[in-house]
Design a protein around this ligand. Sequence first.
Ligand code: ZN
Length: 313
Amino acid sequence: MSETKADPSSSCFIPRAPFDDASADVILRSSDGADFHVHRLVLSLASPFFKDMFTLPQSNSESPVTLPAVQMSESSHVLDMALRFWYPGAEPIPRQTLDEFRDMSEALIMKYDMQFLVPFAKKHLREYLEEDPVAVFGIACRHEWREIALGSAKCCLRLPLRAFESAPPTQLKYMAADTYHILLHYHSECAKVAAASTSSLQWAPYQDIPGADCPNWTDPHICPRAGHWTFAHNTMAPITAWLAAYLRCLTDELLRCPSAPLDTPELLGLPISKMGSCSSCAVDGYASLMNFVAVLRQKIEGDLNAVELMLDF
Ligand SMILES: [Zn+2]
């Protein structure tokens, strides 16, 4: 970046108001040659970087008709977006892509040290949490925004991140390998914790178990069982085959996606069809399964909240 004399821009991009203001006293020239007319005082107040630059002795060769220009490394697109994010009187760009947000936040916060923008940038980044949590995690770690990193890592638990038959997240090229490793390790630990709640029911009181009160438990032809399981308080009791089938499928799913929904048609189809063979379970099996799913959801969420994300900031 250097300060030079302004000359006509070669860029196709023509900055709009307020970056064409006649009262401007400096030009920011983009890497592709677009000239943004701005005020030194505004830049100095916003950025220690520009404050230092403008307190340096200025050239005596400035003429009243030719503004000094600062050569920037950002493209006209990034510079326009970055300035519009905060410059007084500028209309912000309503919706950016995450790629654009990354470029913009790198420039404004990391390069030009505009720390006052951090709360706005965090609020903006949170809006992408549902849409692309992997990318949000990468950006949050780059800025060392711990709370957003944790929130996005939790959202990533809905994705099969460690299933290598699927395509890699598109944002990986912007993320350091050790940062992604932290996310994968967290995902793996959460998978173990979530699956532990469905592969064993030692945490659950037997009276809360679907099918526990089925009167046909002595007749495996009517209500098939899948062996004895251990429940809370070391209670051992038979479990219905339909509940065991549900738990088996769910365990596989939680190992892939630790925050997978527990009540998808794919998961519920098999137990519902199996419970129909028992006259008692056919009547109240579905309701008791739904009650159990609600309890299970709380149990898994509580256990996942206890898993630590090993951030180093
Ligand atoms: Zn039954």
